[in-house]
Design a protein around this ligand. Sequence first.
Ligand SMILES: [Ca+2]
Length: 535
Amino acid sequence: MKKVLCVLLALLMTLLCACSGNGGGGTSKADSGSGAAEPTTKANETGFPIVKDKVDLSVAQCIRDVDELDYNTMAFYVDYETKTNVHVNWEQYKQADWLTKLNLMFSSGKYTDIIAGGSNGGAFDTDDYGATQHLLLPLDDYLEKWMPNYYPRLAMNNVTDSMYAPDGKMYYIGYFRAEGINTSGHYFLNTTWLKRVGKEMPTTVDELTEVFRAFKTQDPNQNGQADEVPFEAMFTGTMAGLIDIFPFWGIPEPDGEQFVMITDDGKVQFTGLQKGYREALEWLNLLYSEELIDRECITQDQSVYAAKLNTGTVGYFPYWRLETVGIPEEVTDEFECVLPVHAEGYEAKMSRRIELPTFGASLSITCSDIPVALRWIDGQMDGETMIGIIPGKDGIFKNNEGKWEYVEGYETPKNTTPGVNGFYFAPADWYFANFQFGWNILEKAQHCAWYEEQGVMEKISSQYATNIASMSTEDKEELTRLQTEIVKYMEEFITKCMVGGVTDSAWDTYTATLQNLKVDRYCELYQKAYDSLKK
Ligand SMILES: [Ca+2]
């Protein structure tokens, strides 16, 4: 598989734009750029130091529970103070205490200038503290002038789709390390076995079934035992789940068991009522009956699933990627990433996953000097400083292609750098142009680029409705109530069909039950959320 790397990498670079979402709201929002008054500041407009005479900033900083860091003596920030002339009074909190401490701070009425999270640990409800309580500063009017490193990256890969609060303003600076991903699961087929049983690469469900039957009966692992498991899976999750078979019928079942999809013309629909869903369930029953699928797939967890992949008895499985997920090389060498097959009369369509920024930092409404605070953050986001912040500045070098790369085997000295707690914002277009990814990341990215190029990805990700759009508290509560019942019923029904098959009367009961569980209302709530993005 590695031999195709170069070709696919070139392809990847041209497809990265296409990998990001096609639907959704775009980047322009109401009220931005309305030209707020120029803030009073001591900041120089460009260059270092940021200020002529030393000033103080206060920063509430979340760090991961596993990290032992002291920001007051950390080499990175000691150096950065010299460079910027900005002294920071740190209030550093472990992730476990973060939300409590933040609540205390907000209720005390005395706020630090900056609230910084890094990675995923520091996220809090910026919609509420910003748009509702007005304790965070809307940043829209200041970013272009005072964050020259960060601001241009906001125009890449639709990253701002998820960054606006319900009032159309932006209350935080993102944290983001994209990896060029557009879907969770890929399909891996044992092509060594395929050759041994004398079959061509399957493109339809029927051909795949015949391959499974051959795997089951022709001892392709050549140990004289009928120990082959043609299809290995878990129950849920598109990374390695049974749910990965629905795309064969053009039904892009998403992560997280929401059972909704968005059609190419922007309609939220329930996946379980799509044409082809019943046929997919019948196929699962066929696999189960002939033991072409591991019957334990209904209950086994990821560790059991992964352990089975290691045994050299598996013919086909869905997974995040093939390399560096713990599968031994002698096993992975037998496999290739393959396209989803399609059922007769259908086109394969997979669920699109969007990479989204998370919370990086906010400025409080009482921030003492907005330009100084923003420049202080932005100064940590130029390519060299930002990429160097994970391993430390001595842990990176510029390679022959002019990209930053990690020094292999480099061990970061203690308390020299904030690591993943630092500021980082790297959309795919920026990241792939400036950083040399390791093989594991590149493998996944090239599978994604290939699927995109082959047209097997859905157009509009359901995440626009389920993750990106904001919802009122009332709608959110109603949706959660409906979802709990629907998901429970769907899991039971899929299992029942897989084990016992699908009769006409069972199918009628199913569609009637879904109406009772208000799937229409459920989709309507997501539709409302999705439509709000277009306003
Ligand atoms: Ca065997």
